[in-house]
Design a protein around this ligand. Structure first.
Ligand code: ZN
Ligand code: ZN
Length: 350
């Protein structure tokens, strides 16, 4: 089968590799339909990553070269004998988070906090940019009415829903989102779905800013005094919640400066290094900083319910669809430079 493999910085190849064979009793083999390119993949390609297993992963044994692709919809092609609730031919979303199942975090149901966790497409032997993927049955969620295109956006949407929920975004809240990449756009949608009264979004790239505006975000038109601009629109106080979806020092700084006393700053983005910020404001104004990784199982399932119900129009975040054999030239190389794209989907199987 064909599979897109990362060998190291700047080196992604479309290889011919053996398909997964028989699934184990609690495993399944799926054929990815649409698979999303993520900023995480691109950071590994440009060499600023840290998310993938470069040495053999303790849980999965996977290391370079590694099949990428952790955001994908798929069709079930084979099931182990103990798998229930899904049939061969069903279309599914694949929850890429793999956990050990034995540690205290796992036993408490906090899979995203498992110290041994791995991700299909980042630290597993298989990934969504391969024509077949071996997964654990608990990774499968039937799409049941959700399109295969939207199914490929459920994973980053779950990251956004989880981040918005953990930051406590609720009815009537005013929200600031720094950065309108895929996570920023999806966080804007998650905040609206949670009842936010306004979601102000700042994005440096004018094309991306216009795009998030067309999807319902209130675009912040200035980068000079974002906190002042937001205070002018929030009775002089600042927003209830600010979400750093850019992963840049200036974005976190703007978030910390833009929330009202008692406000919350959410950080679902991955910063490239140790980012300093003015912690005095945290103390003086009673602020809360909430970092999030992935999603809880509960919020993964709730994200699926929201997409199926139509309250989270995640399909609209897709800006390009490309074939697998053009993933390097029209995918990685495009996203490695400043780009107008939000979410590029790759068709892996028809
Ligand atoms: Zn991702
Ligand atoms: Zn564990």
């Amino acid at each position: 089968m064909r599979a897109v493999r990362l060998y190291g910085e700047g080196d992604v190849r479309i290889d011919e590799v053996p398909e997964p064979t028989e699934p184990g009793p609690d495993e399944a083999i799926v054929a990815p339909l649409w698979s999303g390119l993520c900023g995480t993949d691109v950071k590994e390609f440009t060499g600023h990553g840290g998310s993938i297993a470069r040495k053999p992963h303790p849980l999965t044994g996977a290391g370079l070269p590694l099949i990428l692709g952790h955001e994908f919809s798929a069709r079930v092609v084979a099931l182990g004998p103990r798998v229930e609730g899904v049939a061969v031919g069903d279309e599914v979303a694949v929850m890429p988070l793999i956990h050990c199942g034995r540690c205290l975090a796992c036993r408490q149901g906090e899979h995203q906090r498992c110290a041994m966790k791995a991700w299909t497409g980042l630290s597993d032997r298989w990934g969504g940019f391969g024509e077949r993927v071996l997964v654990r049955s608990y990774q499968l969620t039937p799409l049941a009415g959700i399109s295969a295109v939207a199914g490929a956006v459920i994973e980053p949407a779950a990251v956004a829903v989880n981040a918005a929920a953990r930051a406590g975004i609720g009815p009537g809240d005013t929200v600031f989102v720094a950065g309108a990449g895929a996570i920023g756009v999806l966080t804007m949608m998650a905040a609206k779905a949670a009842g936010a009264s306004a979601v102000h979004v700042f994005e440096l790239n004018p094309e991306r800013a216009a795009f998030v505006g067309s999807l319902g975000g209130d675009v912040v038109p200035t980068k000079d005094d974002i906190p002042g601009y937001l205070r002018d629109r929030t009775d002089g106080l600042g927003v209830h919640v600010a979400m750093d979806c850019a992963g840049k020092p200036a974005a976190l700084e703007a978030c910390v400066a833009s929330v009202r006393p008692g406000g919350t700053i959410g950080v679902p983005s991955v910063h490239p290094g140790a980012t300093p910020f003015d912690v005095r404001r945290m103390t003086r104004d009673d602020l809360t900083l909430v970092g999030t990784v992935g999603y809880s199982r509960t919020l993964w399932e709730k994200t699926v319910l929201m997409v199926r119900a139509g309250v989270l129009p995640i399909e609209k975040a897709v800006t390009s669809k490309i074939p697998l054999d053009e993933i390097v030239t029209r995918g990685f190389e495009v996203l490695a430079k400043p780009s107008d794209e939000t979410k590029i989907l790759v068709q892996v199987n028809e």
